[in-house]
Design a protein around this ligand. Structure first.
Ligand SMILES: [Cu+2]
Length: 164
C-alpha cells in the first residue's frame, strides 16, 4: 500500500464510524458499558435522599457462612440503605449484582484472591465492623448480594433481592 491508499482507507473508515477514537469518546464509552454491566441491580444511591434501612448480618456457623436475612423484597425505584454488620470471625464482602454476575465474579476471584471490593455496589467488612451501601433499585427483577471471597459464596454466603 502506498501512502495515498492508506490515507484513503483511513478516510473511509472514519466516515463510516459513528464515534471516532480521536474524539475521546471511545475509552469513556467503554468504561460506561462496563459500569452498567457491573451495576446490574440499579444505580448507586444518593445519601441526601430518603432510604429504607435494611440491616444485614454476616456470620459463620457450623461450617456455613451466611447473611441474615438472606432475602429482601424491594419496590422498584426504592432506595435502600443496607447497614451491614460483620458478626463473624473472618472478613466478608457484600457485593450486589445479578446472581450470574456474582457467580462469574466469584470464579475470577478464585484466580485472584487478593482482589478486594470497595465500590458503590460492594464493600468488604472486617470482623465486628459495620459498613453501609446505599442503593437505588431502578430495575425490576431478581438480584443477589453475595460474599465473593473464595469459598464463601459456595459455603452459603449469598442472599436474594426481589425488586417488584
Ligand atoms: Cu465471606
Amino acid at each position: 500500500m502506498n501512502r495515498l491508499t492508506i490515507v484513503a482507507a483511513f478516510g473511509l473508515l472514519s466516515a463510516t464510524s459513528s464515534s471516532p477514537a480521536w474524539a475521546g469518546s471511545g475509552p469513556a464509552e467503554h468504561e460506561h458499558e462496563h459500569e452498567t454491566e457491573v451495576f446490574s441491580a440499579g444505580e448507586p444511591g444518593d445519601e441526601a435522599k430518603p432510604s429504607r434501612v435494611v440491616q444485614v448480618t454476616m456470620q459463620e456457623s457450623d461450617g456455613k457462612m451466611l447473611f441474615v436475612p438472606n432475602h429482601v423484597e424491594v419496590r422498584k425505584g426504592e432506595q435502600i440503605k443496607f447497614v451491614i454488620h460483620n458478626n463473624g470471625e473472618l472478613d466478608h464482602e457484600f457485593v450486589l449484582a445479578t446472581a450470574q454476575g456474582n457467580e462469574k465474579h466469584a470464579e475470577a476471584m478464585k484466580r485472584n484472591p487478593e482482589m478486594e471490593h470497595h465500590d458503590p455496589n460492594a464493600t468488604r467488612v472486617s470482623p465486628k465492623k459495620t459498613d453501609e451501601i446505599i442503593w437505588n433499585f431502578t430495575n425490576a427483577g431478581k438480584f443477589e448480594f453475595a460474599c465473593l471471597i473464595p469459598g464463601h459464596r459456595d459455603a452459603g454466603m449469598f442472599g436474594s433481592v426481589e425488586v417488584k
